[in-house]
Design a binder for this molecule. Structure first.
Ligand SMILES: C[S@@+](CC[C@H](N)C(=O)[O-])C[C@H]1O[C@@H](n2cnc3c(N)ncnc32)[C@H](O)[C@@H]1O
Length: 182
């Protein structure tokens, strides 16, 4: 690579070597940068506002606390996916990834699909909480016009045994899998 002048050694030739990437080699015509300002990709407040525009919450404390803005995930998808890819998010939270996939498909006519996995976030104080069903799946349902399936599952006895969890222990909360149909 060095002979090909594809390594940057810094101005004086003694810096930590970096691989050169040329504009002609990146899909969007722009080399991805490591610093993404919020003006371009949003922030947590914007992400909360996005969810509030789609769903109603009992009070502001019950709004999901760590959502990502769809603009951020859209940028990642633009860089990392092709139009027919399947995107997996196994810590899906409020479902931003699915929302971003749907937005990007609309924008570029792609046929990306997604598989999301998340947990209910039920606790001793809120045993009935089901973030996955009430926020994640509901958001995806509204944004996609219902073209997906969601499945609830409990951790199986065998996996509990392998993880060394006592069989008499209160079972962990539901998890849901959401996947968009082709
Ligand atoms: C940082 S949040 C994801 C935020 C998401 N990107 C969004 O914008 O909404 C991580 C999510 O993963 C869930 N989670 C944590 N441990 C998990 C596990 N073992 N299996 C599935 N989901 C899990 C959390 O409950 C939380 O909802």
């Amino acid at each position: 690579m060095d002979e090909d002048e594809r390594i940057w050694w810094g101005k004086n030739g003694n810096a930590i070597p970096q691989i050169k990437r040329f504009l002609s080699e990146v899909k969007s015509g722009r080399v991805p940068q490591t610093f993404w300002p919020y003006k371009e990709v949003g922030h947590t407040q914007e992400a909360k506002k996005e969810i509030l525009e789609i769903l109603d919450f009992v009070d502001s404390a019950s709004v999901f606390s760590t959502p990502k803005p769809t603009r951020l995930i859209e940028r990642i998808l633009r860089i990392a996916t092709d139009p027919d890819d399947i995107v997996l998010d196994f810590f899906a939270g409020s479902g931003t990834t699915a929302h971003a996939v749907l937005n990007l498909n609309k924008e570029d006519g792609g046929n990306r699909r997604f598989i999301l996995v998340s947990n209910a976030e039920a606790t001793g104080d809120q045993p009935e909480k089901n973030l996955c069903r009430d926020v994640c799946a509901e958001r995806v349902r509204r944004e996609s016009g219902g073209s997906f399936a969601d499945i609830a599952a409990r951790k199986m006895k065998r996996s509990r045994r392998l993880a060394g969890i006592s069989p008499t222990f209160e079972p962990p909360p539901y998890r849901h899998t959401v996947c968009q149909r082709a």
